[in-house]
Design a protein around this ligand. Sequence first.
Ligand code: GTP
Ligand code: MG
Length: 336
Amino acid sequence: MNVLRKGDTAIISRWFPSVHGGAGGMAEVQRKLTKMDCIIEVHDARVPLSGRNQKFLERLRAARPHLLVYNKVDTIPRKTVPYLKKIVTEKESSSPFPLHGTPLFCSATKNKRIDKIVPKTVKLIHEFFKHNADFAKLEYTIMIVGVPNVGKSSIINAVRETCTGLTNMATRVGAQPGITRSVLQTIRVSQHPKIYLVDSPGVLEPTPVSYERALRLALCGTAIDSLVGNELMAAYLFNFMQTRGITSYCNYMGFDKPVDSLPELLRGCASMLQSRRKTRNFDGTGGYSVKLDLELAAKFFIMGFRRGEYGKILLDDEDLPSGVQGWEVPEAKDVE
Ligand SMILES: Nc1nc2c(ncn2[C@@H]2O[C@H](COP(=O)(O)OP(=O)(O)OP(=O)(O)O)[C@@H](O)[C@H]2O)c(=O)[nH]1
Ligand SMILES: [Mg+2]
């Protein structure tokens, strides 16, 4: 899983395609970046290492203050956060352009640490430009960048609500990747100091390091499911859970005990959902066969993960110290 063969990178990069803005979108973001006072890079806390586009970010950090934000912290065990901060900071310390400040872990939908974003950003801007005598500003424009579906627009809405009390959505949010289609108008999120946030489409293509990392990103909804394939994602998720002894899918899927293989899981799930697919027989008889809909079962299994039904699960868990688990699962309930 970890070693990419020739051609694999091309397949993987198709999973994160131009619908998110592609080269045009990236160029648009880069053009706008030169006018920004700061960049907030947003990631999904379940994959704190898998989704970074290192080259782009290093170039960026040389020119602008940059805050690294991990959103959706509600989806990972709270005890892993201090370790993740340390792991990310250590990995970045060898970069020619190390991180500005410490990464912030927050949740837009649960309103966790959203109130820290504006003060942290203003502090970073002041530190970055402190030797620049021309830099005396009363207002700041900040762009939010990141891979698709990590919650960039949700963060803008949440910051705006925290700072102004306005609860209507200033920018559209959705569970599919590619909701924000172009660099949008600036949205004022704070009056004192005057701060404008600029939303952007999820144009940062992750650098594909391995199939494993690409599949983790896909499980978090940053790719187009139909291009990756639900059964491939389900196979990865099942293997991930099985190797860690996570069996919390049983309640959600109506199993009274863990299953041994993916086919068993998908067949059991399709039977539980009573989902069958009618397919034409190509044997000249003109008849039809009815089979269990395993594709739908795979989607259902993945959806359970995305909705947090199996508990809080950190996917990039390899670097945690031994004895610290990357998952926290609900108590097993008796199946009726
Ligand atoms: N669990 C959880 N879900 C979140 C959080 N923030 C956002 N989401 C969900 O993540 C999905 C994507 O949110 P968006 O704000 O549209 O993400 P985006 O990065 O702007 O996406 P694109 O514009 O498509 O690139 C939505 O279903 C949100 O409800 C969070 O803190 N926790
Ligand atoms: Mg968006």
